[in-house]
Design a protein around this ligand. Structure first.
Ligand code: OSB
Ligand code: MG
Length: 375
C-alpha cells in the first residue's frame, strides 16, 4: 500500500516558554519551530515537528534554514516518486547533506501518517513495547544556587526519575557539591553543551566525587577523539549528545571509547529510522541510551515518547510534562507525568490529538505544497 500524500503544510510556529531556558550558550524564552502536516488523499493528517531553534547555537540548523531545506529540496524529493514505507525516506533524502532536523521533521509526519493509515500506534510501528516510560527533567542554569535548589526540590517532589543540571565553567563543581549536599540520593547528571576543552580535565575530574549518572557532552561537538581521552581519565560515564549525528558517529564513538551512554535525539540524527538504528547498535553493544529533548511542543514530545518505548531506552529521558514548558500545549490530552512516568497512549499514530485551535493561535505563517503525481 503506497502512502499517497496529497499535500504538505508547513507552519512557522511561535510559542512562549513558561520560563527562560539557559545553557552554557545563553538564554531564550521564545520558541519558534516548524510544524509539518502531511495529508493523504483520504484527508488523514500526519504530524512532525522540527527541533531546530531560531539561532544556530546547538547545531548549525535554524528554523529558517529548515524551511529553506524543506521547501526547496526535501518536500520535492518526497513528492518525486511513490513511497511505500517511511523507512525509505533516509535513502531518498541522502542526496541532501546533513540538515538532519529538517529531514526528521518531514520523516516524522510521514511516520505518523503511515501508522494512522494502518490504525496502529506509532510506537508499535517502530517496534517499541514499553507501556510507560521513565522521565527526568533538565534544569537550565539559574541566577543563584539557591534558585537551583528550589527548582530541584519542586521536581523531586513531582517524582521525576532523575535531575539534569546544566553546567559551564564557573557554574559546575561548587554548584554540584551544593546540589549533592541538599539531595544526597537523587539520580543526578550534568550537561555542559560543549562548554569545556581537555585543558579543563581537572575541573571535570573533580566531578567524579559526586556520583553523577553521567556527564553529557563536555567537549566540542566534532571531537570524538578528545572525548575518548577524557573518558579514559574519568570514572563518571560520559554521554554524547551533539557529537552523535548518525549511526556511523555512534559506531565510531563506541569504538573509540568516547562515551558509555548515548543521548538519542530524533532531530539531531535525521529521523526516527536513524534513531532506531542507533538504538539497535547500542543494544547490541550493551550501551544504554535515553531520549534527549529540545524543548518540544506536543507533536515532537509525542514522537519522543514513541521512540522511548524501544527496549534499550533504559535511562530516564528529558521528555518532561507539557506543563513544565507551556501554559498550553498544542495536543490533547497534554503530556502528563505521574510518579516520574508517562503512560504511552494507544491511539493510532502519535496517539495524541493535535489541537487545531491552539495550532492556529501559535501559527505565524504557513505554506502549502501540493503533490502533483498523486492527483
Ligand atoms: O543539550 O539536551 C540538551 C534543550 C535545548 C537544547 C539542548 C538541550 C536541551 C535540554 C532540555 O537539555 C531538554 C528538554 O527539556 O527538552
Ligand atoms: Mg545535551
Amino acid at each position: 500500500m503506497a502512502i499517497e500524500i496529497d499535500y504538505i503544510l508547513l507552519r512557522h510556529m511561535k510559542m512562549k516558554l513558561k520560563a527562560p531556558f539557559t545553557t552554557s550558550f545563553g538564554s531564550f524564552q521564545t520558541k519558534e519551530f516548524i510544524l509539518v502536516e502531511a495529508v493523504d488523499r483520504n484527508g488523514v493528517s500526519g504530524w512532525g515537528e522540527s527541533v531546530a531553534f531560531s539561532a544556530p547555537w546547538y547545531s548549525e540548523e535554524t528554523v529558517k534554514t529548515n524551511w529553506h531545506m524543506l521547501e526547496e529540496f526535501l518536500v520535492p524529493l518526497l513528492f518525486s516518486k511513490p513511497l511505500r514505507h517511511p523507512a525509505e525516506l533516509p535513502e531518498r533524502f541522502a542526496a541532501i547533506r546533513q540538515n538532519n532536523m529538517a529531514k526528521a521533521a518531514l520523516e516524522g509526519a510521514v511516520w505518523d501518517l503511515y501508522a494512522k493509515r494502518l490504525g496502529v500506534p506509532l510506537y508499535q510501528s517502530l517496534g517499541g513495547t514499553k507501556r510507560e516510560i521513565e522521565v527526568g527533567v533538565s534544569i537550565g542554569i539559574q541566577p543563584k544556587v539557591s534558585d537551583l535548589l528550589r527548582v530541584i526540590e519542586r521536581y523531586v517532589a513531582q517524582g521525576y526519575r532523575r535531575i539534569k543540571v546544566k553546567i559551564k565553567p564557573g557554574w559546575d563543581v561548587d554548584v554540584i557539591r551544593e546540589v549533592r549536599r541538599a539531595f544526597p540520593d537523587v539520580p543526578l547528571m550534568a550537561d555542559a553543551n560543549s562548554a569545556y576543552t581537555l585543558a579543563d580535565v581537572d575541573r571535570l575530574k573533580a566531578l567524579d566525587e559526586f556520583g553523577l549518572m553521567m556527564i553529557e557532552q563536555p567537549l566540542a561537538a566534532d571531537d570524538l577523539m578528545d572525548h575518548a581521552r577524557l573518558q579514559a581519565l574519568l570514572e563518571t560515564p560520559l554521554c554524547l549528545d551533539e557529537s552523535v549525528r548518525s549511526y556511523d558517529d555512534a559506531r565510531k564513538a563506541l569504538e573509540l571509547g568516547s562515551c558509555r551512554i548515548i543521548n538519542i535525539k530524533i532531530g539531531r540524527v535525521g529521523g526516527l529510522e536513524e534513531a532506531r538504528r542507533i538504538h539497535h547498535l547500542c543494544l547490541e553493544r550493551g550501551v544504554p541510551v535515553w531520549c534527549g529533548g529540545m524543548l518540544e511542543a506536543g507533536v515532537g514530545r509525542a514522537h519522543n515518547i514513541a521512540i522511548t518505548t524501544l527496549e534499550n531506552f533504559t535511562l530516564p529521558g528529558d521528555t518532561a510534562a507539557s506543563s513544565h514548558y507551556w501554559e498550553r500545549d498544542i495536543i490533547t490530552p497534554e503530556v502528563e507525568v505521574q510518579g516520574g512516568l508517562i503512560r504511552v497512549p494507544d491511539a493510532p499514530g502519535i496517539g495524541y490529538n493535535v489541537d487545531r485551535r491552539q495550532v492556529e493561535r501559535y501559527t505565524q505563517f504557513s505554506k502549502l505544497f501540493h503533490c502533483a503525481t498523486t492527483a
